[in-house]
Design a protein around this ligand. Structure first.
Ligand SMILES: CC(=O)SCCNC(=O)CCNC(=O)[C@H](O)C(C)(C)COP(=O)(O)OP(=O)(O)OC[C@H]1O[C@@H](n2cnc3c(N)ncnc32)[C@H](O)[C@@H]1OP(=O)(O)O
Length: 409
């Protein structure tokens, strides 16, 4: 497959074999300005390379760019779960950027993922300018909470039992609970087995991760993975002792509250940081002083790509409301382009005139319910051909819970 940006065809794209994964890993890390992974890190990273899912771009006899994806599934509004590719490790060598190498890699990867039966793909973007052109739209956001633990004054105490579980047993319990609790909320995904190795097991020794498991009546029903970075309390160089919540999932509101009360109760901690949390998580309501809990950041989380638009539209549920015809443009996967009639019964292709016209990245942004058609119309991200159509679409696409992924990759 030759590269095809602005007529440039000076590089080739192909699927890598396992002898080439380490070079791809080194290339990607280099684009993020990291040195090659040492052997003890590579041991975990190499398990995340899947046959057929890693592409490389080649020129002058060497690798100049790479992309890959992990096999996963994603929950969509209404509770259905669709095949999902978690796209990651996107990089082009600095001496080959802005010559269409990523564009060619994207074209090849998008087609390959669709052909393999993935319905959606998602990624976490290093920069916001990169992925919209390839059809990815922001479809969920997360918040980063920063809690002054010494002011927080929790209003209640742990009601069930929370215990620290070390080693393999802690990971085993966390994985079991996670697999039950995700994918469930729209936007949540399944984690591929190697995720746990590289994101948890590798980090346990390096960063002193702790796994807290909550139970009631002898049944485990939630967990939190956290780490504590001891502070410095010299008058000249004050740094707070910080507990960071890495992962927290619970089967019930009771379990959720207990896990938060537990982390807020760990001694010799000044600050609790919780990045990557759902936008609607009501932590401040647990506290006597709600101002101890600050919103440190609100960021784009999932950049979603609808690979198979008819399948993705058919998979999600719609509310009862008058139907609407949506026309979709898709430059990279033209088989998705066309009009779809969306009603409470589902979504079907149609030849009827469109009420709304939008690009596939904008469709991805409304798909899980994070933003409304009305908001996109107001910001000129979609064309309204029939007055009132954006409100009709919003009634159909309405969701009860804001989408969230909760898995960083
Ligand atoms: C999911 C993840 O892995 S996120 C990590 C992404 N990787 C990085 O951030 C590592 C550092 N950056 C890089 O490796 C490269 O700059 C990449 C991969 C982001 C882009 O690769 P390139 O080969 O330069 O992209 P390519 O030449 O195909 O660009 C296509 C278009 O996107 C634009 N573009 C690409 N990257 C950027 C960027 N970082 N900022 C602004 N515009 C960009 C180009 O200008 C071009 O626009 P045009 O079509 O109007 O000319």
């Amino acid at each position: 497959m030759p590269g095809d940006h602005a007529g440039v065809t000076d590089h080739d794209i192909r699927v890598l074999d396992d002898a080439e994964y380490r070079a791809a890993h080194t290339l990607f890390r280099g684009t993020l300005h990291y040195p090659p992974a040492p052997d003890d890190q590579w041991k975990y990273a190499q398990e995340t390379y899947d046959a057929g899912r890693v592409l490389g771009a080649f020129a002058d006899g060497g690798m100049i760019g790479t992309v890959q994806s992990f096999p996963s599934a994603m929950a969509v509004p209404g509770g259905a779960v669709v095949r999902h590719a978690a796209v990651s490790r996107v990089g082009v060598r600095a001496d080959w950027t802005r010559r269409g190498v990523l564009s060619a890699l994207q074209r090849a990867q998008l087609s390959a993922m669709r052909a393999a039966g993935d319905v959606v793909a998602s990624l976490r973007a290093s920069e916001t300018a990169i992925y919209g052109r390839f059809g990815y739209g922001v479809a969920s956001r997360y918040k980063h909470l920063r809690i002054d633990r010494r002011r927080a004054a929790p209003r209640s105490r742990v009601a069930g039992r929370v215990r620290l579980v070390g080693g393999e047993e802690g990971e085993r319990i966390a994985r079991g609970l996670f697999d039950e609790l995700s994918p469930v909320r729209a936007g949540t995904i399944s984690r591929w087995p190697a995720w746990w190795g590289i994101s948890v097991r590798r980090v346990v020794g390096e960063e002193n991760l702790r796994v807290a498991v909550r139970s009631a009546g002898g049944v485990d029903d939630g967990y939190a993975i956290y780490k504590v970075t001891p502070g410095v309390h010299d008058a000249s160089d004050e740094k707070p002792s910080t507990l960071t919540v890495m992962d927290l999932w619970a089967r019930s509101a009771e379990a959720w509250a207990d896990l938060w009360l537990f982390v807020l109760g760990v001694d010799l901690v000044d600050r609790v940081e919780a990045p990557g949390r759902p936008v609607d998580e009501p932590v401040e309501w647990l506290l006597g002083d709600r101002r101890a809990c600050r919103l440190a950041d609100l960021e784009d989380e999932s950049w979603l790509r609808l690979l198979d638009v008819p399948a993705a539209l058919a998979a999600r549920a719609y509310r009862s409301a008058p139907s609407v015809v949506v026309a979709v443009r898709d430059a990279y996967l033209p088989e998705n382009a066309g009009s779809y009639r969306i009603s409470a019964e589902g979504a079907v292709r149609t030849g009827e005139a469109a009420d709304l016209v939008l690009d596939v990245d904008a469709l991805a942004s409304v798909y899980l319910g994070d933003v409304s058609f009305g908001a996109l119309a107001g910001t000129r991200r979609l064309e309204v051909a029939t007055p009132g159509a954006a409100a009709r679409a919003d009634a159909l696409f309405a969701v009860d819970e804001v989408p969230w992924s909760g898995t960083f990759f």
